[in-house]
Write a new protein. Structure first.
Length: 312
């Protein structure tokens, strides 16, 4: 039977664990609330960091070709990207304008076709007239003539002053909304551009933060793959071989694929002088993994206890 000191110590440990867990839960909730309320700002900072990573990578690649100081290489990369973007905007803008004109002509042609079809079938197509509904009259032969004024009909009246004021207010409101949206989008673009250039000019400013973010995000994604991985490995072996086959396959993959990975990464860094070669190696391994998984038969919706499934 535990003594009073042991019970007191156990209660103190329990109280300490509850207190630490409560503080951690509160801090986590506060972090989520902060991220939720400042999501737009955090997204702009993250976008600026991604732009800085891209600019820094291109600057380092240029350094393998041209031995120049890092600021000068960054300026060359920025000028090249600005020239490329300007060409895309000029060429793409003209193409988009032509496509918009062609689309407008096509829509007008289709509207005319629909109106003719409706008139042919006795349906009044006056609601297609953007200037307001028109009257339909009949000529001496009894044929309908849309758009002609009906004898005795009153002429269209001008809108009242209140209608003009209401319409003008709506137009001004929509105009200001479009202008504010445009200013906001342009402002966000320049904020991301400024952050990207600032971080690219001083890579040490963001590298520590990027390493922390990369570790946290990679661990979260790495943890998510354990559930599907166990099911995928297990369902590829029949019942009498499942335990040994899954265990042997997993361990051999860890030895032959995971074992040399640090050596390969070190060799790539030594030969290329850039960590992006290691990233390319990881991407290549991921592509090979996806290709192998796609080549496996899908047994997720069959009874894997049936041995006949594995003979098909």
């Amino acid at each position: 039977m535990p003594s009073s000191d042991e019970r007191l110590l156990a209660r103190n440990d329990l109280a300490w664990a509850i207190a630490v867990g409560g503080v951690a839960a509160v801090l986590f909730a506060a972090l989520l609330s902060f991220a939720w309320h400042f999501a737009a700002t955090l997204f702009l900072i993250f976008a600026g960091m991604l732009l800085a990573v891209a600019l820094n990578a291109m600057t380092q690649l240029l350094g393998h070709l041209i031995r120049l100081p890092q600021p000068l290489r960054l300026a060359i990369v920025c000028l090249a990207l600005a020239t490329l973007l300007s060409g895309v905007v000029v060429l793409g803008g003209a193409t988009i304008a032509k496509q918009a004109t062609a689309l407008s002509d096509t829509i007008k042609s289709q509207v005319g076709t629909v109106k003719a079809f409706l008139e042919k079938n006795g349906v009044d197509p006056s609601y297609f007239e953007f200037g307001g509904p028109t009257e339909t009259t009949t000529d001496s032969g009894g044929a309908a003539t849309p758009g002609a004024p009906t004898p005795g009909a009153t002429a269209p009246r001008l809108p009242s002053a209140s209608a003009l004021a209401s319409g003008g207010t709506a137009i001004i409101g929509q105009t200001f909304k479009i202008l504010l949206g445009t200013v906001s989008a342009v402002g966000n673009f320049f904020i991301v551009l400024f952050l990207g250039l600032a971080f690219a000019a001083q890579p040490s400013v963001y590298r520590a933060g990027l390493i922390f973010i990369a570790v946290v995000v990679s661990l979260f994604i790495h943890a998510l793959q354990y559930g599907p991985q166990a099911a995928l490995i297990g369902e590829n072996f029949p019942t009498h071989l499942r335990y040994g086959g899954a265990g042997l396959g997993y361990q051999l993959a860890s030895v032959f694929a995971g074992g040399p990975a640090p050596l390969i990464a070190t060799w790539l860094l030594h030969k290329t002088g850039t960590p992006y070669a290691i990233s390319a190696y990881i991407v290549f391994a991921a592509v090979v993994t996806v290709a192998c998984v796609l080549a496996l038969p899908d047994r997720s919706r069959v009874d894997i206890e049936d041995a006949a499934v594995y003979s098909r």
